[in-house]
Structures are given as structure tokens and as C-alpha cells.
Design a protein. Structure first.
Lengths: 426, 296
């Protein structure tokens, strides 16, 4: 009995001592990164491993799927645990993080390093989403991956039917009707003219905003009141339902996977999509339409077409214990040289020079189009309450698309909900 | 003072303390992991962050009455629970009665019935999402081969079909559990009452109504209670199958609470909703217990 107690006690002492040693070791420079799973996070991870080799700074990773990353970061930042020294974030989350004073100001750190502004080589639209308030405010992040929406269409079917490249939404609808009528899809099945995602939440809103803006609608009027039920807004939703008539059945629950599957499987002719999908179309294992898809900028309406921006940013949490070391890494990872390596892995850059880099343009022929799309892109409304607004707006868009509500009713109800959210304010 | 005058000897005192010492670790864990968070969440539900700091308020609970999303999600949850529970109970009881008797291949039936229950709910959600895909899914594929026009069978994209689908998936997965508990209950009933009923010349229905059902009541109570509590807090399979859509058609209260806390960053309101759900679940449980004990 005595002996066993003694042994247990000894083991406990040893464990505490070992833990103490581990603690001591960590006094060398260490950084912890919160990354997204997938090609965007993978690129930063590889860069960090190179950095570790070059500088001896030890880097730890916490990698999460897109769906979980936001809440993991939010909980950590809110609790001020300082578990992460650098975080990757999707630009719509930025107003919440910056607005709640969760992020470190980058300008003082830049000044210490002899700079006052982020490099002029960054695309303006990308740097703008790193400031709070938008465009004019304080800099809290640097842009890492330069995604913005593109318009994908079947060049071969357009040529075959004597249609010109779609430059307005009216042309898109007319072409979609013609193609659906005249063409057959894979295995003699049906070919749909258009395909979109109208699942509630992010999906419906992302595919609707370019139409909404092109019709001249705005989510908020000049006084900051919600105005989605303006005549332009309702007309835009009516147009979305017209597109729905030439989309595959069930599109009201589609997400990015279903939309891309229809394009890849040769059963739909057009869609709005993100650059991350471009490479899939030349992959023989996945694509039945190799070389047949053209990538264009968003069509015009009453106003010039504008894509939604969806950049990945990197920021330093305000309570990080290693802000200086984190800034050194952040500047290094966003240099043209390092970003080119990320671009070669398939991530669109946020630097103008890289969109013109001959090696990259040879590998990614859509770069000139992507650059035009990104430079003229628009952010989602920049408010900390965006998640909640997007959720409400998306529910009513989805309801209109599944036939539960008329476009006017849907927009009126959406407007009322958005107004409630704004008034509650937080 | 002489030693003998002391109320307790040192040894006796030690013995008196021992039970408390033994319970202390468990109590500490319970306090840290259950009681403290519970009290904390009550506090959170009564607080609001304003420009001038945190204030105590009933605002979150007042908002509940005017929040269409909350009221609709709550209504969906109860309709969903009642529909799924009814089907599960009827099917579960029928299967239990059927497989309680001597039929061929009873073992195989029993074993194969349990498979859905063994799957993690997340997997169930993914499998059904694939099966129900309107264009590439197996269900519409099979129907098409049988000559059915599947154009309007968009499942997760149609508000009514989507609700039907989420109910059906739960029935598919959890009927076996109801069956299992009821079967165990049936097998625990002794033969004597049946023999007595037979001698008294009771019909099969009378035997079922007056012998089987009353004796099965404890098992019925347990299974209804467990399923109701599970159904009211359903999350994973719906989150994966429809994410509450299309629109708001299959949004359940647990999904809305999750969104409010972790997407909209409003922990106070989420906590307030959780307490309402907790209270309602308790009320339902008490009603069950009262109803099923009344006749005894």
C-alpha cells in the first residue's frame, strides 16, 4: 500500500517537472496561426514552414474548416486568450472583428519598420476591405488571397448558337433561354441555361448581390436605412426568379458544390462562380467540359456589373503576446515573392504586379479578367452585423425562389427584418 | 477537560468526515462543469452590452415575443417533434409486437433493424443529403426509372417536402430505438395475465388494450420521454441536410440558438432562448409523467 502511494507520488512529481521543462523550451520565439482548411490555408502553412526554416521562429498551426473558423476565432478573440498570433479571416467577418476592437492596428507596426502605408502594389479594392471603417479607416489586416466573383459561361454553346459573349443580364437571360431550348446536356439529358445557388444564407445572397447592384438597387439608402424593397430591388429579385426558370430544379437549396457539379457535368451553361473553381474545369477526372468554359467579368445592368469581393485577409489579434514577430511574418508572407508561390498553388494574388507576371498569366489565362473583376469589385455592406443581416436577407431570397413568397412580399419582409437588426444595433 | 468527555473521538470524527471527502471530487467537478456554467448563463441572459457598459435587463426575454424567427423556429420544433414521435412510436410498437412473436428469421430482422441507430447523426445527414439530391440523387434516380416524373420532387428545395424529409430521416434513424425499448418491455411481461385473459375469453384487441398496454406503460414512458427530449434539441442531421432551409422551412430552435450565439455573436439572446427551450422541455416531461401515472 505504502509503496504504491509512493510510486504514484513520484510519477506525479516527474510529470509536473516535465511540464515545467516544456514551458521553459517555449521561451524561444513562437507564433500560432489560425488557418482555414483548403488551398488558401495550405499556401500560408507552406510559407510558414519555409519561414520557420529560414528564421528559426517556431510556428504552430490551428487549422479549421471554413464553417468553424469564424466561431473558433470569435470565441478566442472575445475571451482574450491570445491563443493565436495571426488569424486568416474572410473579408465579410472583418467588420465584426475590427468593430469589436479585436485586432491590432497595423499602421504603428508599419511605421516602426520605416513604412507608413501598405505597399502600393496591393490592389486598392483589397486594401479597402482591410480598413475599418471601409476605405478610409484604420488598417487592421493585409489581403492575402484576391478572390472576386467571375461569370462562367459555355463558349462553345454560345458560338454554336450564334450568340455573342454575354455583357448584360438581359443578354444572359435571352442566351439561357435559347441554349436550354436548343441544346442537350450530358448523355442526351437536359441542358439548363443557367445555374445558381439560392440556399438561404451566404449562398443566395452572394449570387444575388451582383444582380441587385446591376439593377441599381442598394441595401441601404444615403441615410443608412435599409432599402432592399426599393423598386430596383424588387425588379432584381423578379429577374432572379426569371433566371430560376432556366435553372435546374431544386436550385433553391443549391450551394457552391451543386452549381459547379452542373457546370462540370455538362448540364448547365452559365453561372456566377469563384476563382477557386477554375482549376476544376481543366481536370479530366472531374470535368466533362475541358476547354469549353470562358471566364468573364460580371454582366452589366442599368449600372456597370460589379463582382462581390471575397478576399482572405490576415490580421494580428489585439491581445497577441507576439505582435512584433507576427508582423514580421505577415509582411514577409505578403511580399510579391511569397505571394507568387501561393498564386502558383492556385490562390489569386492581391498584388497588381503578380496579375501581370508572365509565368503566372501563362499558367492562369483568366488573370487579366480576374484582375478587372477584382479592381472593380464591391464588398458586402461593411457592418459588424453583416452575418445577421445576410442570414435574414438570405432566408427571404430563398423563400422567394422556392415559391413561398412573391418577390414584393419577400423584399418587404426582408427590409423589415433588416431594419429590426439595425435598430437593435450592437 | 478529560478526554472521555469529548463528544466524538478522533477516530469517530474521521469516520464522519470520510463520506464528504469521498464525494468532494465529484461535487467539485459538478460545480465547475455544470452548476457554474448554468448560473453564468442565467447571468448572461439577463445582461446586455451597451455603450455605457454592461447593464442588467429583461430585454432579451422581451424580444422573444416579437421575434418572428424565434416563434417560427419554436413552432417548427414542436410540429417536427410531434410528427416524428408519433410515427416512431406507432412503427416501433408495431415492429416490437411483430417480432415479439415466433416468426421466422426473427434474429436477422432484429439485427438489421438496429443498423440506422448505430450511425452517427452527422453521417445520416450526409447520406440522406446525397440520396435526396434532386438531380443526381438515388431516390429521384430510382423514381425516374420507374417512370415517375421527378421534375417537381426537389426535396430539400421545396418547403413542404423538405420538412417531410427531415421528419422521415429521424423516423428512419430512431424507430429502431423505440422498437428495442418496447421489445424489452414486452419480453418482461409474464405469461400468466395472458393465460388468465385467454380463459376469460377476451379477444385479441381486448388483450392488447387491457393486458399488454398497461403492463408496457413503464417502457412507453421511458421511450417517449427520451425521444421527446432528443427531438426538441435536434441539431446535426438537420444542420447538414437542409441547414434550416429552404428559406426558413426546416429551421429548428436549436439551429437558431446556434446561429445567434456563434454567427451573430449575441450570447445573451441565445442563452435566453435556451432557457425557454429548457423550460418547455421540462413542462412536456412533467405532463408525460403525470399522464402515464394517473391511471395507476
Amino acid at each position: 500500500m505504502r509503496l504504491r502511494t509512493l510510486v504514484i507520488f513520484a510519477v506525479l512529481v516527474l510529470m509536473v517537472w516535465a511540464a515545467g521543462c516544456a514551458q521553459k523550451q517555449s521561451s524561444t520565439k513562437q507564433l500560432t496561426l489560425a488557418l482555414v482548411e483548403g488551398v488558401e490555408g495550405e499556401a500560408l502553412k507552406q510559407a510558414a514552414l519555409d519561414y520557420q526554416k529560414q528564421t528559426g521562429v517556431q510556428i504552430n498551426f490551428a487549422q479549421f474548416p471554413y464553417q468553424n473558423l469564424f466561431e473558433k476565432e470569435l470565441i478566442d478573440l472575445n475571451a482574450r486568450t491570445a491563443a493565436y498570433d495571426l488569424i486568416m479571416l474572410d473579408d465579410p467577418w472583418f467588420p465584426r472583428f475590427a468593430g469589436n476592437q479585436f485586432l491590432a492596428e497595423l499602421t504603428p507596426l508599419l511605421i516602426k519598420r520605416g513604412k507608413s502605408e501598405p505597399d502600393a502594389d496591393f490592389v486598392e479594392a483589397s486594401v479597402n476591405v482591410c480598413r475599418f471603417p471601409y476605405h478610409t479607416g484604420t488598417l487592421y489586416a493585409l489581403p492575402y488571397v484576391g478572390n472576386s466573383q467571375l461569370f462562367f459561361y459555355r463558349k462553345d454553346l454560345f458560338e454554336k448558337n450564334g450568340l455573342k459573349a454575354p455583357s448584360t443580364w438581359d443578354e444572359v437571360l435571352a442566351a439561357a433561354k435559347t441554349i436550354q431550348e436548343k441544346e442537350k446536356g450530358a448523355n442526351g439529358g437536359k441542358m439548363y441555361g443557367y445555374v445558381m445557388r439560392a440556399a438561404q444564407g451566404n449562398a443566395a445572397v452572394a449570387d444575388f448581390m451582383p444582380i441587385f447592384w446591376a439593377f441599381g438597387a442598394e441595401m441601404f439608402d444615403s441615410t443608412g436605412k435599409p432599402a432592399v424593397n426599393s423598386p430596383e430591388g424588387i425588379a432584381a429579385l423578379e429577374f432572379m426568379l426569371e433566371l430560376g426558370k432556366v435553372s435546374p430544379p431544386g436550385y433553391a437549396s443549391f450551394n457552391a458544390d451543386e452549381v459547379s457539379a452542373h457546370l462540370l457535368q455538362d448540364t448547365a451553361a452559365m453561372s456566377i462562380n469563384w476563382p477557386a473553381w477554375i482549376s476544376a474545369f481543366s481536370d479530366p477526372a472531374r470535368s466533362k467540359v475541358i476547354g469549353k468554359i470562358e471566364f468573364a467579368v460580371l454582366p452589366d445592368g442599368r449600372k456597370p456589373g460589379q463582382a462581390e469581393i471575397g478576399n482572405w485577409l490576415i490580421a494580428i489579434p489585439r491581445y497577441s503576446q507576439n505582435a512584433e514577430a507576427a508582423m514580421d511574418f505577415l509582411l514577409w508572407a505578403t511580399t510579391a515573392e511569397q505571394m507568387k508561390r501561393s498564386a502558383l498553388r492556385g490562390n489569386p494574388p492581391t498584388r497588381k504586379s503578380l496579375f501581370q507576371d508572365p509565368e503566372l498569366v501563362a499558367k492562369f489565362p483568366a488573370y487579366p479578367t480576374q484582375f478587372r473583376s477584382l479592381s472593380t469589385s464591391r464588398p458586402r455592406p461593411r457592418t459588424p452585423q453583416w452575418n445577421e443581416i445576410e442570414n435574414a436577407f438570405g432566408i427571404f431570397l430563398s423563400k422567394a425562389n422556392s415559391g413561398e413568397l412573391s418577390p414584393t412580399e419577400a423584399m418587404n419582409q426582408a427590409n423589415a427584418e433588416i431594419e429590426k437588426i439595425i435598430q437593435r444595433g450592437r | 477537560m478529560p478526554r472521555s468527555r469529548r463528544l466524538f473521538s478522533a477516530g469517530a470524527r474521521r469516520e464522519l468526515l470520510l463520506p464528504y471527502l469521498l464525494v468532494a471530487p465529484a461535487l467539485a467537478v459538478l460545480l465547475a462543469l455544470s452548476i457554474y456554467p448554468l448560473l453564468y448563463s442565467i447571468a448572461v441572459s439577463l445582461q446586455q452590452e451597451t455603450a455605457s457598459g454592461i447593464v442588467w435587463t429583461l430585454a432579451h426575454f422581451k424580444r422573444l415575443a416579437t421575434d418572428n424567427f424565434f416563434l417560427t423556429a419554436m413552432a417548427h420544433t414542436f410540429v417536427y417533434a410531434i410528427a416524428a414521435l408519433t410515427c416512431e412510436f406507432v412503427f416501433g410498437l408495431a415492429l416490437a409486437l411483430l417480432l415479439n412473436g415466433q416468426i421466422r428469421g426473427r434474429g436477422v430482422f432484429r439485427a438489421s433493424l438496429l443498423v440506422p441507430m448505430m450511425l452517427p447523426t452527422v453521417v445520416v445527414g450526409i447520406v440522406w443529403r446525397l440520396l435526396l439530391n434532386p438531380n443526381f440523387g438515388a431516390i429521384n434516380g430510382t423514381l425516374k426509372q420507374l417512370g415517375v416524373n421527378t421534375e417537381s420532387l426537389t426535396w430539400t428545395a421545396s418547403p413542404r417536402l423538405a420538412f417531410l424529409a427531415v421528419v422521415a430521416v429521424d423516423v428512419w434513424q430512431w424507430t429502431p430505438f423505440v422498437f428495442l425499448v418496447l421489445l424489452a418491455g414486452l419480453q418482461a411481461i409474464p405469461q400468466e395475465p395472458y393465460e388468465a385473459a385467454l380463459i376469460d375469453g377476451s379477444s385479441r384487441w381486448q388483450t392488447f388494450r387491457h393486458v399488454t398496454l398497461p403492463l408496457l406503460k413503464p417502457a412507453i414512458l421511458i421511450v417517449l420521454l427520451l425521444r421527446t427530449m432528443d427531438l426538441l434539441r435536434v441539431f446535426d442531421q438537420i444542420f447538414i441536410l437542409t441547414e434550416g432551409g429552404p428559406g426558413f422551412a426546416t429551421e429548428m430552435i436549436s439551429l437558431y440558438i446556434y446561429r445567434t450565439a456563434f454567427r451573430f455573436f449575441d450570447f445573451g439572446y441565445a442563452a435566453a432562448m435556451s432557457f425557454v427551450l429548457l423550460a418547455l422541455t421540462n413542462v412536456v416531461s412533467v405532463i408525460y409523467i403525470k399522464l402515464l401515472h394517473r391511471e395507476e
